[in-house]
Design a protein around this ligand. Structure first.
Ligand SMILES: [Cu+2]
Length: 132
């Protein structure tokens, strides 16, 4: 079981570094696998070179699309920031697709979690949910 997990992680790392060689996502907010207490205000993406963000979706843990004000961008930019509605506690997944200036398309995804706002930091059971 442990071996399988190690292989999966290695495969992810190989994929990430290959993706990074082309113009890819270098930073996001929320960050990949970030655990937040309370809803983030915005979804921000930073790419390594100017790109057109042609697709951006946000799904909750049930797989339902969260509506927010994304529209495909006709202008290239390295940074995009979109206001988010109030997100309830869940595991979210972000899927993005960009088109570089060489018309090369590339896509990727990452997840983050929104937890209940707590008065004090308490441990919670990560065995019960996935962060991907
Ligand atoms: Cu968690």
């Amino acid at each position: 079981m442990k071996l399988i997990k190690t292989i999966a992680i290695s495969a992810t790392m190989i994929f990430s570094s290959a993706a990074f060689a082309h113009s890819g996502l270098i930073e996001s907010s929320p960050a990949k696998n970030e655990m937040l207490q309370g809803s983030p205000q915005a979804l921000a993406l930073t790419f390594s070179s100017p790109v057109r963000l042609v697709k951006l979706t946000l799904k909750d843990g049930a797989g339902d699309d969260i509506k927010f004000g994304f529209k495909p961008n006709m202008q290239s930019s390295k940074k995009f920031s979109l206001d988010l509605p109030q997100l309830s506690p869940s595991s979210y997944s972000v899927n993005w697709m960009i088109m570089g200036e060489d018309a090369h398309k590339m896509k990727g995804k990452f997840g983050f979690m929104v937890h209940e706002v707590m008065a004090k930091a308490t441990e919670h059971d990560h065995a019960s949910h996935s962060h991907d």
